[in-house]
Design a protein around this ligand. Structure first.
Ligand code: GAP
Length: 542
C-alpha cells in the first residue's frame, strides 16, 4: 500500500485520535483552547500505561531511585533560584499590522522587495504619523499590494485617509523580519516569559504572585535533603517524579507536541563530583578512555559516564515500549546550544511525521540547581559522604521526558494501514494501531461469535471476568466478527479472544473450553485453553 504523505498522514492520525477517543481538543464545545488537550478513554489508558511503565522502570526495578509527588504551585523564590523568573523565555515577535505573535526562531526566512515608508499624513494637512513601516512582497509583485498593507497600518494609527511618505524600496534576502502571512514588518525580537502566573490567597497583589510550575524538576531539588533523609539512600541515587507542568508557549503546534499544559517524567540522579570519585577510586573513567562500558555503574564513574549510562538506559526503555532504534535519534547538543547550567545534553529525538523532534532531554546539570537553592534558601544542600569522609553538593544527571509527547510518538509509530480479509475473505484496507502490548490501552477484546446464542454470550462474559482482574479488557458482541476485529485493530488492542461453538464442545470434547486467540498484527489465530489464557497474555503484556 502506498505510504501516505506526511501532512496527510498527520491529518489521518489527528482524525483517528478524535474519532476513536484518544485525544480531543480541550473545551471543544466552546471552540477549544489553543494548546490544551483532553485524553479520551483510549488516550487516558495509553497515558496511564506510559507513566506506569516509566515509574516501574525507575523505582520498582531499581534500588537507587525513589519517587516524589510534589505540589504544582511552590514558593515563588524557587523560580528565582532556578533562573526561570529571569531567563525562562522565548524570543517573540509581533506583526505590526495584526498584532499576531510568533516565536522569533519559527519565522521562515523570506526574500523579496521591501517597500519602506517614513510615515503617513492625512492628505488634508491634518494628522500625521512618523512611525516607520515596511512591507515585504515577492520581487515583481505589484507595488500597490505593499501600499495597501501600509495604508492599513497607518489607518490603524488613526490616519483615516493616509498618504504614504518617503517610499523607497530595498531588495532583501533570507530575512526573518516580516510576517509571511501579509508581508507586514514584525517588531524586534523580545523575550517573553513562559511561566503561567496566578495568585495565592484572596488578594491579587504582587507579593501574592505564584507560578504554575514550568517543570517538575525543581521540586526534586528543593526536597533533596528531606527525601535523602527519609529514604536512607546514599549518593549516587535518584529522585523521580511524574506530574503536570505548564508553559505559556507562544505558538502551541503540531497537535499535542507543544502544549501549554503537559506532563513530565523527570529523574534527578545525584552523583559524586569528579574530584570525590578520584579521591575514592584513584581515577575517573572518561568517555575518551578506550571503550568504557556504560552498562553497569562503577565506582570510577564520573559525570561523563553516568550521563552516557542514562542516555543508554533511556533509549533501551523506549525500545521496550515499541519505539525501535531506527525511529529515534541521539542528538548531542553542541557547546553553543547548551543551557547555561549544562555540561552536556543529549536530546532523544523521534521521527514524527512533521519532522524529527525532541522526546526527552538528558542533561548533566553539575551542581547548579542545588547550589542555587542553597544560596537562595540559606539551607545547606551539602551531603556528607561517609565513604569519602567529605561534604559536598552532589552533581546531577537529569533525564527529562514528556508524557504527552511520548503518547503522540507512540500513536504516530503505531499508525498503520494494511489489508485484511473481510467476512468473505475479500481483502479490504484496515487501519491498525500497532502499539506494543505493554502500552496498548486495551490488552484484550473478548467476543462471543454470535450475540443471539445465550450459551456463547454467557461463556464469553465468563472469559471477560476471568481476564479483568489482570488487564484492561473490552467486551464486544455487536456486529459481524470481522467488523469487531476491525474496531479493535483501530484501538490497538493486541489480542482478540473469540468464543465459538467449539468452545462449547459442539465439535467434540478436545476443543471444549478452548478459544481462538487472534494476534492483531499478524491476524493469525491459535486455539488456546481458557485455563492458559491469563498466564499466556500476562507474559505478553508485561
Ligand atoms: N527539567 C528540564 C526540562 O524541563 P525541557 O527540555 O524543557 O527540560 C523536558 O523539557 C521534556 O518535557 C521535553 O523533552 C518534552 O518531552 C517535554 N516538554 C517540554 N515542553 C513541552 C510542551 N510545551 N509540550 C509538551 N511537552 C513538552
Amino acid at each position: 500500500m502506498a505510504e501516505p504523505k506526511t501532512g496527510e498522514l498527520m491529518e489521518k492520525i489527528v482524525s483517528l485520535c478524535k474519532r476513536r477517543g484518544f485525544i480531543f481538543q480541550s473545551s471543544e464545545i466552546y471552540g477549544g483552547l489553543n494548546g490544551f488537550w483532553d485524553y479520551g478513554p483510549l488516550g487516558a489508558e495509553l497515558k496511564r500505561n506510559i507513566k506506569e511503565c516509566w515509574w516501574r522502570s525507575m523505582t520498582q526495578l531499581r534500588e537507587d531511585v525513589v519517587g516524589l509527588d510534589a505540589s504544582i504551585i511552590m514558593h515563588p523564590k524557587i523560580w528565582e533560584a532556578s533562573g526561570h523568573t529571569s531567563t525562562f523565555s522565548d524570543l517573540m515577535v509581533d506583526c505590526l499590522l495584526t498584532k499576531k505573535r510568533f516565536r522569533a526562531d519559527q519565522v521562515e526566512p523570506q526574500s523579496g522587495t521591501a517597500y519602506c515608508y517614513t510615515g503617513a499624513s492625512d492628505g488634508s494637512g491634518g494628522k500625521e504619523s512618523k512611525d516607520a513601516f515596511s512591507v515585504l512582497i515577492a520581487t515583481g509583485k505589484h507595488a500597490e499590494y505593499a501600499r495597501k498593507v501600509a495604508r492599513q497600518f497607518y489607518q490603524e494609527r488613526g490616519i483615516e485617509n493616509p498618504t504614504l511618505l518617503g517610499e523607497r524600496t530595498e531588495e532583501v534576502k533570507d530575512t526573518t523580519r516580516y510576517n509571511h502571512e501579509n508581508g507586514s514588518l514584525l517588531t524586534e525580537p523580545r523575550p517573553f516569559n513562559l511561566m503561567l502566573k496566578t495568585y495565592v490567597g484572596p488578594v491579587e497583589s504582587a507579593e501574592n504572585i505564584a507560578y504554575l510550575r514550568p517543570e517538575t524538576a525543581q521540586a526534586i531539588f528543593v526536597q533533596f535533603k528531606t527525601t535523602l533523609e527519609v529514604s536512607r539512600q546514599r549518593v549516587p541515587f535518584g529522585i523521580c517524579q511524574i506530574g503536570k507542568a505548564f508553559r505559556n508557549e507562544i505558538n502551541p503546534r503540531n497537535f499535542t507536541f507543544r502544549s501549554r499544559e503537559f506532563e513530565q517524567m523527570e529523574l534527578e540522579f545525584f552523583i559524586r563530583p569528579d574530584e570525590v570519585v578520584k579521591k575514592l577510586a584513584g581515577s575517573v573513567t572518561s568517555l575518551s578512555d578506550p571503550q568504557p562500558s556504560t552498562l553497569n555503574p562503577q565506582p570510577t564513574w564520573g559525570w561523563e559516564l553516568w550521563h552516557k549510562y542514562w542516555v543508554e538506559q533511556r533509549i533501551k526503555w523506549y525500545e521496550s515500549i515499541g519505539l525501535g532504534r531506527d525511529t529515534l535519534v541521539e542528538y548531542w547538543q553542541k557547546k553553543e546550544e547548551l543551557a547555561h547550567y549544562a555540561k552536556a545534553t543529549v536530546d532523544i529525538l523521534f521521527k514524527f511525521p512533521f519532522g524529527t523532534q525532541e522526546l526527552e532531554g538528558i542533561a548533566a546539570r553539575g551542581d547548579f540547581d542545588l547550589t542555587q537553592h542553597q544560596k537562595f534558601s540559606g539551607k545547606s544542600m551539602e551531603y556528607f559522604d561517609e565513604e569519602a569522609k567529605a561534604k559536598y553538593v552532589p552533581h546531577v544527571i537529569e533525564p527529562s521526558a514528556g508524557v504527552d509527547r511520548l503518547a503522540l510518538a507512540l500513536i504516530c509509530n503505531a499508525y498503520c494501514e494494511d489489508q485484511a480479509p473481510d467476512e468473505k475473505g475479500k481483502l479490504e484496507s484496515r487501519v491498525v494501531m500497532k502499539f506494543h502490548p505493554r502500552i496498548a490501552p486495551i490488552k484484550a477484546a473478548v467476543f462471543p461469535l454470535l450475540k443471539n446464542k445465550p450459551a456463547l454470550v454467557e461463556k464469553a462474559k465468563a472469559v471477560r471476568d476471568l481476564l479483568r482482574p489482570h488487564m484492561s479488557v473490552f467486551y464486544d458482541e455487536a456486529g459481524a466478527i470481522g467488523r469487531r476485529y476491525r474496531r479493535q485493530d483501530e484501538a490497538g488492542t493486541p489480542f482478540g479472544v473469540t468464543i465459538d461453538f467449539d468452545t462449547l464442545g459442539e465439535k467434540g470434547p478436545e476443543l471444549q473450553d478452548t478459544v481462538t486467540l487472534r494476534d492483531r498484527d499478524t491476524m493469525k489465530q491459535e486455539r488456546v485453553k481458557i485455563g492458559e489464557l491469563v498466564p499466556m497474555l500476562l507474559e505478553k503484556i508485561r
